[in-house]
Design a protein around this ligand. Structure first.
Ligand SMILES: Nc1nc2c(ncn2[C@@H]2O[C@H](COP(=O)(O)OP(=O)(O)O)[C@@H](O)[C@H]2O)c(=O)[nH]1
Ligand SMILES: [Mg+2]
Length: 390
């Protein structure tokens, strides 16, 4: 499955992310303006038999028996995710997914096996009240910060049942009750203003589907942009992880230098070596993760974020972070020395004997903290720069 952008542009942006995150952010900003070029992969999901394949057809404006329609009915269960282009919307691909909770697609394996994370937007079909599997899907989608519509299919069956059992039955009142009940179910899961649509039957001309389509048309540009932003954040995270791995792999060399300095029996030399190394590495990491002042200024300028914004404020937080992390590292040295001296009692001898390990550990801990925290911070800032809340 292709991502929201052509492979070539994706690779171009990835390369920029490695060397110049601000330039990558600017390129992404340009891509966000051309929503026609952004692909949106929509997954139609839910339990088996809820009308997913029928919905795929209706959404594409065709009937179940039209040519090229998704196979429907209990004899034509969807066995693998199958894609369909939408005739009216450019770069919108609809994926008819197998039902969650069937013998072939058990609920506990569904998310991984169906590769739910590859899809950008979800339409969950349910032929009744919320079930455990629907909740599972909603939670997974929320975890990925993606969006979804909830579609209640076969509502004509609910209407028929209510009509039989209620003396004062009216269609409007029952539809309102069903709608409110489904919305309440989603709100109880912590969702604000969930988008719920009722489908009375698979008829392509019916009201529920018309409403869904007009909402979708309105939402489409924003859905595409959201999909692009999320994908770019995932790529950035991969780039950051590679950088992190590289930096972490080199830490042991710094630690050896630090430990070598530490065995020299000159008072305070080891702390001096540790500290200057730590400061040097700190600077490399800042630049490497695009957190130095000039990179942050460039990012702020390209993303149009004002001076009072969080991104600019982070520059000041960096300064604080710098002092607090370094003092943390020194406190670590101090604490370790105290523990050793109390236990053994022969402070000066042990100071020389244990110094290499001590210095090694201190530098190791401090540099690990920097790399991990900076990677995390860089990820948050980039997310923010692309307009996603952190
Ligand atoms: N009454 C009614 N039947 C529907 C509706 N949607 C689908 N069906 C029927 O339900 C059966 C299963 O539909 P299908 O699309 O294959 O379900 P899937 O397994 O979720 O893909 C088919 O016979 C459809 O005609 C609906 O909204 N109302
Ligand atoms: Mg199906």
């Amino acid at each position: 499955m292709d991502g929201p952008l052509d492979r070539e542009i994706n690779e171009q942006i990835r390369a920029m992310m490695e060397t110049d995150p601000a330039a990558a952010a600017e390129k992404i900003r340009q891509c966000l303006e051309e929503t026609d070029n952004i692909q949106l992969n929509i997954a139609i999901t839910g339990e088996p038999g809820t009308g997913k394949s029928t919905f795929v057809n209706a959404f594409r404006g065709i009937n179940n028996n039209s040519e090229g329609a998704a196979p429907t009915g209990c004899e034509n269960m969807t066995t693998n995710p199958t894609s369909y282009h939408h005739p009216d919307y450019t770069k919108v691909i609809i994926w008819d997914l197998p039902g969650i909770g069937s013998t072939m697609w058990p609920a506990d394996k569904y998310v991984e096996r169906v590769e739910l994370d590859k899809f950008d937007f979800f339409i969950i079909l349910s032929a009744d009240r919320f079930r455990e599997n629907d909740v599972k899907l909603v939670k997974e989608i929320q975890k990925m910060e993606k969006k979804f519509y909830f579609v209640c299919s076969k509502v004509n069956h609910n209407l028929r049942d209510e009509e039989r059992s209620q003396m004062d039955f009216t269609k409007e009142k029952t539809l309102k009750t069903i709608y409110e009940d489904r919305v309440k179910g989603l709100e109880e899961l912590g969702l604000k203003s969930p988008q719920v649509f009722l489908l009375l039957s698979p008829d392509v001309s019916l009201q529920g589907l018309k409403e869904l389509k007009s909402t979708f048309e309105e939402d489409l540009p924003e859905l595409k942009k959201h999909a692009l932003r999320l994908t770019m954040i995932i790529i950035y995270k991969q780039v950051l992880n590679n950088k992190k791995e590289n930096f972490l792999a080199k830490i042991k060399y710094y630690c050896i230098i630090s430990a070598t300095g530490a065995i020299l029996p000159v008072p305070l030399l080891s702390a001096g070596v540790d500290l200057s190394l730590i400061c040097l590495a700190f600077r490399w990491y800042l630049v490497g993760f695009g957190l130095d002042t000039s990179s942050l200024n460039k990012l702020a300028a390209t993303t149009g974020i004002s001076c009072n914004d969080e991104i600019t404020n982070l520059k000041f937080k960096n300064k604080l972070l710098k002092s607090s992390l370094i003092s943390k590292a020194l406190i670590h040295v101090a604490n370790t020395s105290v523990i050793v001296s109390k236990k053994e009692g022969v402070v000066s001898m042990l100071r020389i004997l244990v110094a290499p390990t001590l210095s090694f550990t201190t530098t190791y801990v401090a540099l690990n903290v920097f790399v991990t925290e900076f990677a995390e911070k860089s990820h948050r800032i980039f997310k923010r720069a692309l307009g996603l809340n952190t």
